[in-house]
Design a protein around this ligand. Sequence first.
Ligand code: WTA
Length: 684
Amino acid sequence: MSPVSDSTNRVIPGPQEPEEKTYHPSDGLFTDAHVPDFDAYLALYKKSTEEPEEFWADVAQEFYWKKPASGPMLQYNFDVNKGNIYIKFMEGAKTNICYNVLDRNVHERNLGEKVAYYWEGNSPDHHQTITYNQLLRNVCRCANALKLLGVKKGDRVAIYLPMIPELVYTMLACARIGAVHSIVFAGFSSESLCERIMDAQCNILVTADGVYRGDKLINLKKIASEALERCKESMALCVQKCVVVKHHAFRTSSDASNKLQTPWDESCDIWWDDLMDGVSDKCEPEWMDSEDPLFILYTSGSTGKPKGVVHTVTGYMLYTSLTFKYVFDYHHDDVYWCTADIGWITGHSYITYGPLANGATSVLFEGVPVYPHVGRLWEIIEKYGVSKFYTAPTAIRLLMKYGREPLQRYDLSSLRVLGTVGEPINPEAWLWYYDVVGQQRCPVIDTFWQTETGGHVLTPLPAATPLKPGSATCPFFGVQPAILNEHGEEVEGEAEGYLVFRKPWPGIMRGVYGNQERFESTYFRKFPGYYVTGDGCRRDKDGYYWITGRIDDMLNVSGHLLSTAEVEAALSEHPSVAEAAVVSRPHAVKGECLYCFVTLKDHKEFNRSLMEELKRKVREKIGPIATPDFIQNAPGLPKTRSGKIMRRVLRQIARNEKDLGDLSTLADPKVVEVLFSQRCEAAA
Ligand code: WTA
């Protein structure tokens, strides 16, 4: 089904409510856009869903195949009642993703001297330029070195590295020799790293001695060694070699090497430089079957134990490449920058594979947005002339707090497209991004997707899609969303409920590593026949999709389905509010009610009249049904290191449940104590 509201397959932009103003900043700006207008989008979308074989065969032609596909493009079962869940794309074809994103650029497209990455370190004094030629040579050297350590096709390699070029070299080296990379975000604890190494039975770990994050020195090797100790204690030592990048040697800071005690185990540890010494920079790729695994990436699950999401070679390659091209309207003179960490799916798909498949030039940034000053991101945009910029709503809200002044010091006129990802973006942050960062020139592309989806699934296209602040708008090519009610029935037209997908697209996950049962029960059992995202969603009269937050963040107040994200957006509009998080709390009469945590801007006072104003705001924005019962002043919110608010913890605080379980993924666990000590007993 297309993302439309009437039988002629057109989005009718009916009369707009003031808060539903539609933005079309790209008018006249994108003369060479890949998808120039909404009709062109609808036509391509129609082809992708009605003739998927032809659509994907056209996309596949862009790539190199050692052996072409002979059978059907796509085979799958989404219905647990009909047997095992599986998805296969171009099964039997043989290729190599590393060859496609590097050798093809160098040898077929003549891009060897083009910059693949501008690496920008944590300190503005550290930077490096890496061309496609250099990238290919470094990847081959690393691939050969891994082979020397005995790594073979199918082996799992754990990577625990900061945002340095070696991270990209290692992941692509794995892909080149058919090893499966399992990247663990370098902000995770030793316990989390150990758990992931053991689950995937990795036999190699690649890490670094240490890293600065802002002005904080982190002894990565120490954490890595502790993780390996833990694995040993569990009698599950599978790691035979730990390769250590000497990141500090590269830094000027002699104080870092003084402060840093690098634990060393002669039988296991080996310096990266020693390993690469004298190794050839040519390496024949391992020709992989389309459905051979490419990587495992862990994502948190509702039970607390992370799930190893598995992606395979061909589908992921085609999908990340195609989404990158269309969603950022990529052109060869672009300088693209995604601020995510490669330790998350956004970095896998849109720093490494998608941009490289297109021969793009990207910024690879090691630092944090406010170090050494709050204008760092804007400074980097000016420095490299960034044209396409992709970041998270949490970063936007953080930077909003400092006002316009830090941006006014830099020339941001190179920007053409602004993207966001990771959580629903509240209209206030959207408008700030649009007005202040993009100077009303650049479309804000709100991309909805998941670790599991591999790439964007709901997203505007820069020149084609009229924008509504807070809406991820329409499905990408090949993606068929539906909204289900509690009974698993599809609801049509304007509706709210569970966001599901009817059919696979090439980039969807293929399983949970070593756990088919968990794969099926998490994503397919609730509503047989559909992939269940776990997100709530509303479709408006124009057929636009609005993600309302995780289903577990949905609440039912007096029989009305409400989303916490909607209430948060309303609270965030109040001029005193910096950030808000809303969870449900059981209520004797209404079933559930709203418990709100509100972080105020500097120098704002939390008092009764503010509480009344906030309640009024929510009533005005959503209706009396959404009036908060509890509003707590929250000096800080419990967040993961990637900036996601941990609602589970907030729910438990709201409910006064003291047993909080595993808090190891929290950036700052102390926040929790503070919130507990100040929780609201009585309704506001
Ligand atoms: C949320 C990140 C609203 C959503 C790529 C999803 C979003 C989860 C958006 C996946 C968006 C991501 N609007 N919500 N544009 N993007 N989400 O696996 O709840 O880290 O299910 O993947 O983030 O998070 P993950």
